[in-house]
Design a protein around this ligand. Sequence first.
Ligand code: ADE
Ligand code: ZN
Length: 339
Amino acid sequence: MDDFINLLPKAELHLHIEGTLQPELLFELAERNKISLPYKSIEEAYEAYKFQDLQSFLNVYYQGSAVLLQEQDFFDLTWAYLQKAKQQNVRHVEIFFDPQSHTNRGLPLEVVMTGISHALKEAERTLDISTGLILSFLRDLSAEAALETFQEAIPFRGLIQAVGLDSAERNNPPSKFVNVFDKARENGLLTVAHAGEEGPPAYIWEAMDLLKVSRLDHCVRCLEDDQLVERLKKEQIPLTVCPISNVKLRGFDTMAQHPLKKMLEKGLCVTVNSDDPAYFGAYVNENYKQASDILHLSQENIYQLAKNSFLASFVSEPQKEKFIKELDDYRTSQKCVNL
Ligand code: ADE
Ligand code: ZN
């Protein structure tokens, strides 16, 4: 199954670019920008990446992001991820970035946008990976701060496909951000939101009904509400699930307890993603492999997850068809190999 997963064409739809900062690059950028780190060595940084919950992770993640200062830093970060994505046969990626975690440190938004978007263009040109960018608001900051960030981002509107909502979920419901999401949709952007990672099913309803999201990020707590599951199934709203992230942040004690397979069996449009691969020690293929091993997913399940990743992406319908044809051809070739 590992070989089948390695070469499987797939899309990654839930990936925070700041969460791809490997300790090696963290140290390189800290030195480049003369920033002191709370770790003595790369090994000590790896050791520190053990988390009790979402907040304990976010503290380390925002601290790591502080080494990013110049356009070149954002380019290098994004380029390193895209090369990894290429190795894992990711054919299309939609990348989250957290502008407020940088503008709050005094960086101009232009530095962030230019560095990331140049790397995306370079990947389209030389790696044959298609890309999209999602501007994510930090939900533990105010609604006014999100609106200000959105206004600042309007000149870069052409580089962004959607807005999202991330950071500490508890006590920060989607309803807090109705205005800025309304404005984003008026400006022709799609919307997504993290919901039901640590927060209750009520936040998932709010994300759908108030923020009118096209996709839900995580959504693993949906199984606590049967009516919600019915709605997600009926409308086939895509869910970007990140199994290893959920175990690392202690939403579930072990992978064996993760609801991914149940969600698939209930007919939900589930996808598999990595979230913050540098901090969880696992890129997208490791997520497919661990979920597959421990939850006993079939080759057909894996195929469905990859197909869902293309169906759930924000590419055009003809491009979706091309990707799915590539996936179907791959599956046919593998059936021949297995005969
Ligand atoms: N920012 C980066 N990773 C996140 C996650 N898993 N949940 C919420 N916000 C995040
Ligand atoms: Zn996330």
